[in-house]
Design a protein around this ligand. Structure first.
Ligand SMILES: [Zn+2]
Length: 497
């Protein structure tokens, strides 16, 4: 018990370091003048090496072993906490410090070159840097694979979504691969046969957009005493329980971009804010991996805020905010704008249906890149073929094709699938919540999110990292992850089936 208690103290300290780093990163993205970049990068790197030094101290490994041998004295939460501590330690201890440094350095270089190469639409400019990154990631993955006795790609998945295996993703994504291309065609055809959508005409003043965003956050239950909404180039959710920071970006011509960004990040924020109070600062009190985190943002953004019920509440708010007139501002027309399906080149602008097709394509590619079945030089061609196969369109250049995402540039492999896994979890969780409490959906049409947040709080947020992702969803919904529920949701919403 004593060794376990010592570990709790050490991990609380590590948590403080992570939180301080998160605040520095938020500041960097939101308020810092560009002149501060060099010093800030150094500060974050120093915090990361202090974190690593504390964790890689031999003592932690011994304490973990001692605590593990006395595990029967621990309760359920303490055991899960110990398991999470072990995971963090293993990921850190497995990889030589030199390799971690090199990967960080090459990742930053590649990211810098990528920004220029993307601007110049020149893949050959990026290629040598990306090759270095992929080489180092393969090296890291194979070291971890050996230490954890799993495949190299699974070792990368484990960094973002603990316990996730590509065999499970293959099953789910192969199923979607057989479903999505034809489904997308059917939806596009159906929507083309319907009366034309009425476009909303801007400009939409940014101040009004901000007021509207705040109103929506208030209805969702976002607590401004424990969080903020700001502006950044790419929307994100940072901070930590007690001080959650979300951002969005504003476009004068299209206010829906900002509002959907807010709805998505609010889902992440409500999860962070609702994590178990008693376990704050401990690994078991943290949010679960990225697929569960993403399930909470997608649940709010896609399941709830693109529903007909939400539009009944939101349409008058939108109309008032911008002095909108006529049928273009009706709940029905707004719903149709929000659920318009159109294959397009850029992932971050994709609609609910085609988004998953973008992810599937990236998943198969990155798996082949890590296994060595594909090389960096093959990416542009593979991208074109993938787009054609999954979405029926082809990019005319690499800028709007294989150079659009930042993920691979800084060495982030194994992250993409969490977006679609999150969407599938979200469908299943919301499906259960609605049948558990029919008031949830009725109240949403009146702008009352309390019943939904109460259900999510009890069944998801307050569980922290007590269970595995699949264990958590099984406990909350009474069944294991089921992609058919996600497909049924899409069929019902987009084909009326
Ligand atoms: Zn997200």
């Amino acid at each position: 018990m004593e060794s376990y208690k010592t570990l709790e103290k050490i991990f609380r300290k590590l948590n403080d370091i992570n939180q301080a780093s998160s605040s520095l990163q938020w500041d960097m993205a939101v308020t810092m003048p560009s002149g501060g970049a060099e010093a800030r990068t150094a500060q974050i790197a120093t915090l990361s090496s202090i974190h690593h030094a504390i964790l890689s101290d031999e003592g932690v490994g011994d304490l973990l072993a001692q605590a593990k041998s006395n595990e029967n004295k621990l309760n359920e939460w303490q055991k899960a906490n110990l398991y999470e501590m072990g995971k963090t330690y293993n990921h850190s201890a497995a990889v030589p410090r030199k390799l971690v440094h090199e990967l960080t350095k090459e990742g930053l270089n590649c990211e810098m070159v990528w920004r220029k190469a993307r601007e110049a639409n020149d893949f050959s400019m990026l290629k040598p840097n990306l090759e270095k990154v992929v080489k180092l990631v393969r090296e890291k993955a194979s070291i971890k694979a050996e230490a954890f006795e799993m495949t190299p790609y699974d070792a990368l998945l484990d960094e973002y979504d603990r316990g996730r295996k590509s065999a499970q993703i293959d099953d789910i994504f192969d199923n979607l691969k057989g479903f999505l291309p034809d489904f997308i065609k059917a939806v596009v055809e159906k929507q083309a046969s319907q009366p034309k959508i009425m476009e909303l005409k801007g400009p939409f003043p940014i101040d009004q957009q901000k007021q509207l965003a705040n109103k929506i956050l208030e209805s969702i239950g976002f607590n401004f005493k424990n969080g903020r909404l700001d502006e950044s180039h790419h929307p994100f959710c940072g901070g930590y329980p007690g001080d959650v920071r979300i951002t969005t970006r504003y476009d004068e011509e299209n206010f829906l971009t900002a509002i959907m960004g807010v709805q998505h990040e609010a889902g992440h924020a409500m999860y962070e804010a609702g994590l178990p109070q008693k376990w704050r600062g401990q690994p078991v009190g943290d949010a679960h991996g990225m697929s569960i985190h993403e399930s909470q943002s997608r649940l709010l953004e896609m399941q709830v805020c693109r529903s007909e019920e939400f539009m009944k509440f939101a349409a008058p708010l939108y109309k008032d905010a911008f002095g909108g007139k006529g049928r273009a501002w009706s709940a029905d027309n707004l719903y149709r704008i929000n659920t318009k399906v159109q294959p397009s080149l850029i992932r971050v602008d994709a609609d609910e249906v085609t988004y998953s097709a973008h992810i599937l394509m990236r998943y198969y590619m990155e798996k082949y890149l890590i296994s060595g079945d594909m090389e960096v030089a093959d990416i542009p061609d593979a991208w074109s073929q993938g787009m054609e196969k999954f979405l029926g369109i082809k990019p005319e250049n690499d800028k709007d094709g294989c150079m659009q995402d930042i993920h691979w540039m800084d060495g982030t492999f194994g992250y993409f699938p969490t977006y679609t896994l999150g969407a599938i979890y979200a469908a299943q969780i919301f499906h259960t919540a609605k049948s558990a409490d029919p008031a949830i959906i009725n109240k949403i049409s009146k702008g009352d999110f309390n019943p939904l947040m109460k259900w999510l709080g009890t069944n998801i947020h307050e569980q922290g990292s007590l269970y595995s992702a699949d264990g958590l969803v099984e406990k909350a919904t009474g069944k294991s992850l089921d992609v058919e529920i996600y497909k049924d949701h899409l069929k019902a919403r987009y084909l009326g089936e």
